[in-house]
Design a protein around this ligand. Structure first.
Ligand code: R5P
Length: 287
């Protein structure tokens, strides 16, 4: 098996290579004088099973990913598995207003031209899976999160919105603690009020868990409400740490600990998703 890394996912690629005892394939990357991107794979991958591991967070990441997919396909491998730890553009998974594209569909269908399988981690919405004609597996990261927080004496786990309630329930069950969510109540067209369940938060250790932290607005608002209610330690955790505009620096002031997985490699990536990807791969291709 060959693991081709995009420039956004070296760490996960290396961890997968360790698990499967193979090398991370070298990739030549350059820019043409007019700044267009150039990539070239070096290994002879004809007839091989190839994983392309990379994120699609920025426009440039997407170009790199598509160019690498084509470069791989042209070499006639036995199979191509597109591994996308952070599947960007997934928040526009449906049309909210006339005239809009469905961004996650555009990218899924583009990958379909090349890949035999797609694996992602915690997509923003499962609707995206339905846009694919090839098998598309989205992995939920429960066990690694549970193991990381197992020894931290958490009293309960909280989702900052109802959409994340299933996730916190699963973690809560594993940790043997209650799980709650903060309810967003619409007051009028412009105002949304966040309402916490009526519990005793005083001196409690709380795990605040979300799928993604981008601007950090959601996690900071929820942390501030918990703090006002007397919480002792707030452990903020998300699967994907996007940290738009360096929001991590602001978030650190609100929480006792900030942890994300390595879908996007950051200094807070204390949890790896590599073992979960490996387990999923083992069930799909003979490795
Ligand atoms: C919302 O549906 C998501 O689960 C996250 O809560 C949200 O995307 C986080 O974004 P931000 O960090 O910008 O508040």
């Amino acid at each position: 098996m060959y693991i081709v890394p995009s420039s956004t996912a070296y760490n996960v690629s290396r961890k997968l290579a360790n698990i499967f005892s193979c090398n991370v394939s070298p990739v030549v990357r350059k820019r043409f004088p007019d700044n267009e991107m150039y990539v070239k794979i070096i290994d002879d991958i004809k007839g091989e099973d190839v994983l392309l591991v990379g994120n699609t967070r920025s426009d440039s990441d997407i170009i790199e990913y598509l160019l690498l997919l084509d470069a791989i396909k042209e070499e006639k491998p036995r199979s191509i598995t597109a591994v996308i730890p952070f599947f960007g553009y997934a928040r526009q998974h449906m049309r909210y207003n006339n005239g809009e594209p469905i961004s996650s569909k555009v990218f899924t269908q583009a990958i379909n031209q090349y890949a035999d399988n797609i694996i992602s981690i915690e997509l923003h919405d499962d609707q995206t899976l339905e846009y694919s004609k090839v098998p598309f597996t989205d992995i939920k990261i429960i066990d690694p999160v549970y193991k990381y927080f197992e020894s931290k004496n958490i009293d309960f786990v909280m989702s900052p919105d109802d959409g994340g309630y299933e996730r916190v329930k699963l973690i809560g069950t594993r940790l043997g603690i209650p799980a709650y969510y903060i309810d967003k109540k619409r007051i009028d067209a412009r105002t949304v009020k966040m309402v916490m369940p009526e519990e005793d938060y005083a001196d409690k250790n709380i795990l605040l868990l979300d799928d993604i932290i981008s601007t950090g607005g959601t996690i900071m608002k929820a942390s501030s409400m918990l703090r006002k209610s007397g919480a002792k330690n707030i452990y903020a955790c998300a699967i994907h740490g996007v940290f738009a505009n360096n929001s991590n620096e602001k978030i650190e002031k609100y929480v006792n600990e900030l942890t994300v997985t390595d879908t996007i490699e950051t200094k807070y990536s204390n949890i790896t998703v590599a073992d979960e990807i490996a387990a999923s791969l083992k069930s799909k291709i003979s490795v």
